[in-house]
Design a protein around this ligand. Structure first.
Ligand code: FES
Length: 150
């Protein structure tokens, strides 16, 4: 099924300076339930990915951003068969956080988060505060090497 929304997101990602794994998968796998060429599959309830298709996920603790229906999320391996998925939307005023040295930094007001999404520094030069980044439910099937995030 053609997906105009996916094409606009692909355009966005192409122009973005953020390194995003699997951007090309947006058009190929978007909304049709099939895995795209880079191992991502969007569904109505979340996203599934073939872990081996993202080399960053071979290393415990390394964060990688992946595209989902609502934007981007960060995924990291937490153990041999466990993963975490973390929102990349700053809880202060909604800017997209960057991954920097294994943690998150918000470019808008410099809020900082550790690699679990916990706040380590509040925004500066502004009012308001940040709370921990939301996380998503992950389920990993080692027999298929597929991680499902919902
Ligand atoms: S929006 Fe992220 S620190 Fe303000």
């Amino acid at each position: 099924m053609p997906c105009e929304d996916c094409l606009s997101r692909r355009e966005f990602l192409t122009r973005s300076t953020v390194a995003v794994a699997g951007a090309a998968a947006l058009a190929a796998g978007c909304g049709d339930g099939q895995f795209g060429p880079t191992g991502l599959r969007q569904t109505n309830t979340g996203v599934s990915l073939k872990v081996a298709s993202l080399p960053e996920l071979a290393t415990v603790g390394q964060l990688v951003k992946i595209p989902v229906q609502t934007g981007l999320i960060a995924v990291k391996r937490t153990g041999p068969a466990s993963f975490a998925a973390i929102s990349t939307v700053c809880t202060h005023q909604g800017c997209e956080v960057n991954i920097n040295s294994g943690a998150f930094i918000c470019p808008c007001h410099d809020a900082r988060y550790d690699n679990n999404g916990r706040v380590t520094a509040q925004p500066v030069r502004t009012t308001g505060s940040a709370t921990d980044l939301p996380t998503y439910t992950t389920r990993y099937d080692a027999s298929t090497d597929i991680l499902t995030i919902s």
